[in-house]
Design a binder for this molecule. Structure first.
Ligand code: GDP
Ligand code: IMO
Ligand code: MG
Length: 424
């Protein structure tokens, strides 16, 4: 079985936990989009891992890990991650494969991300400042792009960097009145990256097709969420890649029809970090209750996440465009103790009701959520391992989500640990 795990909301749905669980029964885990803007948490054997670039399968010792073409790789973060795992006796030698075509995120990308966000003031996107947008912009623009394979020819790279950094410095000075960066310093860092990382660099497309031909099972790990997709999300409050399942084939060179199952991951409520419309947001006591119980603070930036009710309109859109077969519903435990739980089942836009999510933010900003309510439950459910042992109201809530999204909920999260998962 080849499976693809996709976030159905605005990211942080619990994909890391789900991928870690499924990695046990797969040979290879592939990250195919985004970069170190992602923060995927795995809690295993009493330890917590926050992964930004390494696939969440890396925590398991025998799983192959691929960072494919469309991932933008910040080598500094990646090295820290590899070293962090090594300190915990987890080695990636011989099982980590980084695409030679993956683009490099360098200091000037992170600088530009920060300068641009600062200059936008209250109109900022609220990015993670990980250089993601500027790196993808260079990739699309081509002339100033640098890829993993460029680390192989340091002489050429040195010349390229001089030109690129000269150009960036002119722009930074003219537009932002910013201090120049040193091409030499960046080159010195690149020498280190080449030394430490080139052993992992290869043609990952060929590798993946070879593995498929041998009957190996592959798990594709989506980053971000469908509503942050550059083309199909809430533009401009999105990330700079196709973070829905539509980005998977382009991201790693493996056609979507190779995937047997697309598993969508959603929280039992909704969260968002950064700017942009969020119709079911609860900027009130309920939102704070969810934030406190769910520990809703960003894995990458530590920012408090905006919290709100489960939005079935948004989730159904993600299910539809993502060809999602079934849903993993995480953080059900967070909702314990609420008297009433609301589900947004439609939007009222200018007096008309719709169940189809408008990704256009002018329309989305006008959307008033139409709620239905279910009764909550008081019991803590973090120790429950059987669906039938959940409180009746929790079971009803899940059934209603299944009806509204038209997909079965096959996994339920009742806590951050691997074991705190109910399978159906
Ligand atoms: P990702 O980006 O989709 O991998 O999600 P993050 O790791 O950024 O955020 C999810 C957070 O929720 C992490 O802190 C997880 O450890 C935690 N988590 C995952 N599933 C559950 C769950 O079912 N219940 C609770 N309470 N926490 C969970
Ligand atoms: P994971 O994989 C949640 C959000 C940022 C910002 C917008 C653009 O952990 O679910 P960017 O740095 O990509 O240019 O920021 O996208 N964002 C995420 N939000 N989870 C993520 O990843 C995110 N990656 C980016 O907060 O609103
Ligand atoms: Mg995250």
């Amino acid at each position: 079985m080849n499976c693809c795990v996709i976030g159905l909301q605005w990211g942080d749905e619990g994909k890391g936990k789900v991928v870690d669980i499924l990695a046990e029964s797969h040979d290879i885990v592939v990250r195919y989009s985004g970069g170190a803007n992602a923060g995927h948490t795995v809690v295993a054997g009493g330890e917590k891992f926050a992964l930004h670039l390494l696939p969440s399968g890396s925590v398991r010792p025998n799983v192959g890990c691929v960072i494919a073409n469309a991932v933008v790789v910040d080598p500094e973060t990646l090295l820290k991650e590899i070293e962090g795992l090594a300190q915990r006796d987890i080695s990636l030698e011989g099982r980590l494969f980084i695409s030679e075509n993956a683009h490099l995120v360098l200091d000037y990308h992170k600088a530009e991300d920060r300068l641009r966000e600062e200059s936008l003031g209250k109109n900022k996107i609220g990015t993670t400042i990980r250089g993601i947008g500027p790196c993808y912009a260079d990739k699309v623009g081509r002339s100033y792009a640098l890829r993993m394979s460029d680390l192989k020819e340091l002489g050429k790279l040195k010349d390229r960097l001089q030109k690129v950094v000269e150009y960036k410095n002119k722009v930074f000075a003219a537009v932002y009145n910013a201090e120049p960066l040193s091409a030499d310093e960046i080159f010195e860092k690149c020498k280190l990256y080449a030394d430490k990382l080139l052993g992992f660099v290869t043609d990952t497309t060929g590798l993946l097709h070879g593995a498929i031909a041998e009957g190996k099972s592959i798990l594709f790990e989506g980053a971000q969420g469908t509503l942050l997709d550059l083309d199909h999300g809430t533009f401009p409050f999105v990330t700079s890649s196709n973070s829905s399942s539509l980005g998977m084939p382009a991201g790693c060179g493996v056609p979507a029809k190779v995937v047997d199952k697309f598993l969508g991951v959603a929280k039992a409520y909704t969260t968002r970090v950064g700017g942009g419309p969020f119709p079911s947001e609860q900027d009130n006591e309920t939102g704070q209750y969810i934030r406190d119980r769910g520990n809703e603070y960003g894995t990458t930036t530590g920012r408090p996440r905006r919290c709100g009710w489960f939005d079935a309109v948004a989730a159904s859109y993600s299910v539809t465009i993502g060809a999602i077969d079934s849903i993993a519903l995480m953080h059900l435990d967070t909702l314990s103790g609420l008297k009433e739980i609301k589900i947004c089942r439609a939007y009222d836009i200018g007096g008309e009701q719709t169940c189809f999510f408008p990704s256009n933010i002018t329309k989305l900003s006008q959307a008033k959520p139409v709620y239905e309510s279910v009764e909550g439950w008081d019991e803590e459910i973090t120790e429950v391992s059987d669906f039938d042992k959940l409180p009746a109201n929790a079971r009803n809530y899940i059934k209603r989500i299944e009806e509204l999204t038209g997909r079965p909920v096959t996994m339920i999260g009742v806590g951050p640990k691997r074991e705190q998962t109910i399978f159906r």
